[in-house]
Write a protein that binds this ligand. Structure first.
Ligand code: ATP
Ligand code: MG
Length: 414
């Protein structure tokens, strides 16, 4: 029955995949903590305005990819397509402008209605970091350094390339915008329909177009670099010199723009060729205009978001389940006893599997299948002596251990 299939573009994370997924987000969370980032969780849906206002009317997300619903009360809500807008909204709702600078980490599901393919789902997961309240290029470098550290810890850094660009300040963007409008207007007939739309509203967007024809035009478009004012160049140079000081390699990609409206100055992406067409694994930049756009106090910010599924695919690491201890009771009296032993060991912090039925051979096979590192056998003989048989399932060696010494004997396995 087709209704038994998950919705197109969504996936179940079965235990094995979930472990790999967890390993990615736990690693990110752990590294972010080393940089002083505290975790925050915002709701997975927000008023549609939150995304519309911040991401911009011409962004792919707003024009095509949002899951928007009308509530009974008439209000429109949207499943979050990304994390930054929600964090900025939370920053304002909770009056956090008193506690700047703020370093926030988040992790969770995002929703975008796009064509599903390898590395592109309709429900996917991101973790991200937002650094609010510091307008200086050092903050950009620290955010990038955090990204590098996470990728290294995941063992995928060597498979990625850091692409870096600057989108300048407001004045530079205005000058560049003018140049782009002039250039693209002269080639109007060759632009895709989407880009014709972008031409008046946000010509920078055209640089990010995935349309073949657009891309040909983009290749010979004016360069942002030529329209940057001195402040913007200085800012970019400072970001680069901080990265140099940390020994972080990058490539200046003058065509790199971020898909969202709220970015200025630094834009960066860690890309890989190992995942086919979906090559960006972690991307971000500076968004000084965001909070103000939402009606909040002028608050600078810089951050990134990373795709958990893409990173899990790239790291291709099989995360084994922790190995349990198997308890094997033989006989009615031992069954009851086994319950108590299992409970005591679990309270002491051990992972314990309790076999319920079958003969000894069957239960040992089960224990091996569960990848148990040891079995604790409770038989009549053992019970009579107030002891259990402890069998190491790797070496096959076994010994009799008094019940009251069992926890002590197992302590080294914790
Ligand atoms: P793309 O160009 O691949 O569409 P994007 O610019 O839309 O990416 P961002 O909004 O910057 O992506 O999101 C940050 C990261 O989240 C991406 O680099 C990617 O790893 C991941 N990501 C984005 N969309 C999806 C998706 N639909 N499925 C899986 N991962 C995604
Ligand atoms: Mg996208």
């Amino acid at each position: 029955m087709s209704s038994l299939q998950p919705v197109r573009g969504t996936h179940d994370l079965l235990p094995e995949q979930m472990r790999a997924h967890r390993a990615v987000s736990d690693t990110a969370r752990h590294v972010a903590a080393l940089y002083g980032f505290d975790e925050i969780a915002t709701p997975i849906f927000e008023k549609t305005e939150v995304f519309k206002r911040t991401l911009g009317d011409t962004s792919d997300i707003v024009t095509k990819e949002m899951y928007t619903f009308a509530m009974k009360e008439g209000e429109e809500i949207t499943l979050r397509p990304e994390g930054t807008a929600g964090v900025a909204r939370a920053f304002m709702s909770n009056g956090l402008s008193q506690s700047l600078p703020l370093k926030l980490f988040y992790s969770g599901p995002m929703f975008r209605h796009e064509r599903p393919q390898k590395g592109r789902q309709r429900q996917f997961h991101q973790f991200g970091a937002e650094f609010l309240g510091v307008p200086k290029p050092e903050a950009d470098a620290e955010i990038i350094a955090l990204g590098v550290h996470i990728l290294r810890e995941l063992g995928v850094y060597q498979d990625t390339k850091l692409e870096l660009n600057t989108l300048g300040d407001v004045e530079s963007r205005k000058a560049y915008r003018g140049a782009l409008i002039e250039y693209f207007s002269a080639h109007r007939d060759r632009l895709s329909e989407d880009s014709l739309n972008r031409l008046e509203k946000n010509p920078l967007r055209i640089l990010d177009s995935k349309d073949e024809g657009d891309r040909e035009l983009v290749a010979t478009a004016p360069l942002f670099w030529d329209y940057l004012n001195e402040e913007s160049r200085d800012f970019f140079e400072k970001v680069k010199s901080c990265l140099d000081a940390l020994g972080i390699a990058y490539e200046h990609n003058t065509r790199l723009v971020r898909g969202l409206d709220y970015y200025g100055h630094t834009a960066f992406e860690f890309t890989t060729t190992a995942l086919g067409a979906q090559g960006t694994v972690l991307a971000g930049g500076r968004y000084d205009a965001l909070v103000k756009t939402m009606g909040g106090p002028d608050t600078p910010g810089v951050g990134f978001a990373a795709g958990v599924e893409r990173l899990a695919m790239l790291s291709d690491r099989v995360v084994e389940a922790p190995r349990p201890l198997a308890i094997i009771p033989m006989g009615a009296e031992a069954e009851t006893m086994a319950f108590k032993v299992a409970s005591d060991l679990r309270y002491a912090g051990h992972r314990v599997e309790l076999g319920y039925s079958g003969n000894m051979k069957k239960r040992l096979t089960r224990a091996n299948r569960d990848n148990a590192f040891a079995a604790i056998i409770l038989g009549e003989d053992e019970l009579a002596q107030g002891a259990v048989t402890f069998r190491d399932l790797t070496s096959g060696e076994q010994e009799l251990v008094k019940l009251d010494l069992l926890e002590q004997r197992l302590h080294s396995y914790l």
